[in-house]
Design a protein around this ligand. Sequence first.
Ligand code: PMP
Length: 448
Amino acid sequence: VGSVMTPEEVVALRKAHFFPCTQHFYKNPPVLVSGSMQHVTDGEGKAYTDFFAGVSVVATGHCNPAIAEATVRQARKLQHTTTIYLTEPSAKLAKRMSELLPAYPRVFFCNSGSEANEGALVLARRHTKRRGFISLTESLHGRTSLTTSVTGLQMWRTDPFPDDHVYFIPRPYAYGVDPQEAAKRSLSALEDVLREAGDNIAAMIVEPIQGNGGMIVMPEGYLARAKKMLESYGVLLIADEIQTGFGRTGQLLASQQLGVQADIVTMAKALGGGIPIGAFAATEEVAASLNVPSASTFGGNPISAETALAVLDYIESENLPERAARLGSALKLGLERMRVFYPHIVSEVRGLGLMLGAELYAEDPTYGAMMTDRVLEEMKDRGFLIGKNGVSRNVLAFQPPIVIEASDIELMLEALDAVLGAIEQERLTVTEKEQGGESEASASNRQP
Ligand code: PMP
């Protein structure tokens, strides 16, 4: 393989030429140069098992031969013309998606998650002829102006002049609070907003599992009850399935798995397996409201569409949703074990399927964020890439390619055990020094 550039050289170029917002994970970041299914390799030839998958993107694996072959075949045949001309791949993809997701028979193709959400929000405005939106605190829906306006996470609200017709209600989660109690509070806030402004609200947008917000699964029954309330005010529900979609949680759509059918569903990331594509799909009735000319230059281009068809074939033929549920249970069990072993470090384990989070030091999130970075760095040195998210960036994020093996999970958990074990040992040593006496560890380590 061999990269000609060192990490320092790449960092220097990014610093010199990217906008100042540029960031990267790790104090000593590797330069990733190649990938194969659940593995990536850096310029020095060191291999890593990827437990982040580019934030859910490469669900079907890096450079999966079945998918890369479809991309390359199409790139050699016809790359692009305009979506106004007829080509086969996007038409086939639309048919395929409506068969897989019969609740959403109409689809509009675009190029990213932000663009899919933006389109869904505009569609909701057209359909209801209302301007306002409801969103959850700590949500993330994109980087365009309207999608940052409905984004609750402060760090992603980059537009200094957000749309001010957005009502935020508390997400149905608080650390240490019973999920049903948190759901009740959130729904009661929803009721208040609807009573006050329901006639001016087009849609509520929700991630079935808040990804960036720290792997927060919408509690049982929450989405269905919210949907009912929204319906009584003529407000649409948009399910943002950009991180959750296409099998990661155990079914093709997490919203359906959590018991709700939205009016509009938005998708991106995993659908292209690494090639940019976004889509929003809707019921016949709602889709009918996009009745003015609207098309995207690259949305549904032959290369993206042909790739997405291969992704969907692979998800179906390999039964990836079932695999995500099965391997996700094993991973979750392992992480729960870490919480039991290291209760001072791991506060909570959350998630569904292969979209899991482990929050560190929930009661001291600033320290937790520092320790999360340390865990990420040491896990990387041991050959495992894991992610981080959460309001305070103190949640370890596990969302690997779904093609990962049970043995990879076991090895990762062993490494994590070693990393957390060393941190725990340090904590015990410090506690012992502070107390000027014996800790449990030193006492139990001493020979009789
Ligand atoms: N919605 C969710 C839930 C996301 O996680 C993201 C990206 N992390 C987006 C929307 C925006 O997608 P994109 O970066 O493709 O514009």
